[in-house]
Ligand binder design. Structure first.
Ligand code: AMP
Length: 506
């Protein structure tokens, strides 16, 4: 049997009545998770699909999605989670790259426009409630087989399918156990869509520990009133999200430790945790543990972590992403060494969390994964600085580095400086290109803190630029400040810089 499944099976045997899933008034037990996923495994093995062929699982954040994920693994098929908010073109692209043997469709979509056989929700409900639950565990997904395949957003070009094996996932689960103390008493907020690997921070470390997953789904997050109610009346004690999602919730009255005394752990991943956001959090939840974690999908969710406390806030203007997992190796590629002894360059990592590559995409795999002395290193595309003791600081994506008038500028560094000003709640700076494809201007899109929204824009403009002048070089100061109500957020809940670049240069 698969080692992750084995751990979940132990939990089911020990506490079958424990609630494993909660979404509004819907609650589901570990017993149901076990029984229904056994039946799905039986149903899938009865189809005699090509061995280890991937299966697309399409839907939202329902309990049945988890049932199907486990059913697929038990039956011997890696799964590809696709969110039902994706546009139809995406499933066509994923289908042509992954060549899945089946689509399990937990939605009302009737036709995906693909030739791969699709199993409807009705058939799936029937299978989940049948009395056939026997499957051959010898055929289950093994240690080095793919467990899941998550497709990158693919805003440019064809999406790439990141293959994560059972071994990759097991190492991640063990690391979460050692760092974040999940237990049967843990109640996790699960907000990320299942097609975004941030959700894996909840699902497998949670289920293997007998925790409860409290889902805050898309329908809830889309509706301000519903979301406020879900958050301020919540019972979860561990928060997992992108910083952008947390920022959105900061508006809610009652979102603090007085009203939510049980909420004592916050884990962030997926994008930069700004000093301003962390400061606000520790004001509202002074005793909470606040962790910044970092990692690309290709390295199984997260590979660095650090506890951010008041001392950290005093010490650093731009917060560290933490220390790399102790069983991983890394290289700072093309580095420059500063006077302080810090090395700055692209982070490359190798070790048990690194994916074997992109499914059916040799060309992209060879571009991103490099074998050095027999070890596979992944090029993260992230610029980092490493302190002499190994503490890492995120500096920005290598592809968000621009050249303007000869100066190399990290757009995220500009935003980090803007974020330190009192007026700025969030910002996203993007380049404007001229017809020679050179950057002619930097435009900062700024969401103001509420108390500055009534200030005259010309006045704000000079205030902000004058303040920046005291902390940075002239060439780092955005040419244009645009005050906006909100920034575009991607489906995964991150600030969508690429969308804004497209919009500005359309
Ligand atoms: P994804 O593969 O969609 O999870 O995106 C991974 C990318 O998000 C990383 O390569 C980083 O560029 C960014 N990222 C993730 N975590 C952090 C963090 N804590 N701070 C800054 N950037 C982050």
């Amino acid at each position: 049997m698969n080692s992750i499944i084995e751990k979940i099976t132990d939990v089911i045997a020990e506490s079958p009545d424990k609630i494993c899933y909660k979404n509004g008034s819907v609650t589901e037990t570990y017993r149901d998770l076990g029984q229904k996923s056994d039946r799905i495994a039986n149903f899938l093995q009865d189809k005699f699909l090509p061995e280890k062929s991937p299966i697309v699982i399409y839907g939202g954040q329902q309990f049945e999605m988890l049932v199907m994920f486990l059913g697929a693994i038990k039956s011997g098929h890696p799964y590809i989670p696709v969110d039902d908010g994706s546009d139809p073109q995406r499933i066509i692209q994923i289908n042509s790259v992954a060549k899945p043997s089946l689509v399990l469709n937990w939605s009302d979509v009737e036709d995906f426009g693909i030739e791969t056989p699709v199993i409807s929700k009705l058939e799936l409900i029937e299978a989940m409630n049948s009395d056939k639950n026997i499957y051959d565990t010898a055929k289950s997904i093994g240690p080095d087989d793919d467990f899941y395949i998550i497709f990158t957003s693919g805003t440019t070009g064809t999406p790439k399918g990141v293959q994560i094996s059972t071994n990759n996932l097991t190492d991640f689960v063990n690391w979460v156990d050692s760092k974040f103390d999940y237990s049967a008493d843990t109640n996790l907020m699960l907000q990320a869509p299942f097609s975004f690997d941030l959700s894996v921070f909840d699902i497998y470390p949670g289920l293997t520990n007998g925790a409860t997953l409290t889902v805050v789904d898309k329908n809830t997050t889309k509706n301000f009133g519903k979301l406020q109610e879900a958050i301020t009346n919540s019972e979860f004690n561990t928060w997992i999200s992108t910083p952008s999602f947390f920022e959105m919730c900061l508006l809610f009255r009652g979102f603090d430790s007085v009203n939510l005394p049980q909420l004592n752990k916050f884990i962030f991943c997926g994008e930069e945790l700004t000093h301003a956001t962390a400061t606000k959090l520790l004001k509202k939840f002074p005793k909470a543990q606040l962790y910044n974690t970092y990692g690309p999908t290709e390295n199984t969710v997260a590979i660095t972590s650090i506890l951010i406390d008041h001392d950290m806030l005093t010490k650093y203007d731009r917060l560290p992403i933490g220390y790399l997992k102790s069983n991983m190796n890394h290289i700072i590629y093309n580095f420059e060494k500063g006077d302080d002894g810090y090395l700055t360059g692209e982070l490359m990592v190798s070790g048990p969390d690194v994916s074997k590559g992109y499914l059916n995409n040799q060309v992209q795999t060879e571009k991103a994964f490099e074998i050095i002395n027999g070890e596979t290193f992944y090029h993260t595309g992230d610029m980092v600085s490493e302190a002499p003791d190994g503490l890492l600081f995120y500096k920005g994506r290598t592809d968000f580095q621009i050249k303007m008038h000869g100066y190399r500028i990290e757009l995220e560094e500009v935003d980090s400086m803007l974020g330190n000003l009192d007026q700025v709640k969030q910002s996203c700076t993007v380049p404007l290109y001229n017809n020679k494809k050179q950057v002619s201007k930097m435009i900062a899109h700024i969401v103001l803190e509420d108390q500055f929204k009534t200030v005259d824009e010309l006045e704000l403009n000079s205030q902000i630029k004058d303040e920046l002048k005291t902390t940075t070089m002239d060439y780092m100061i955005p040419n244009i400040l645009k005050f906006v109500e909100q920034l575009p957020i991607s489906k995964n809940g991150k600030i969508d810089r690429k969308a804004l670049i497209g919009e500005i240069n359309a």
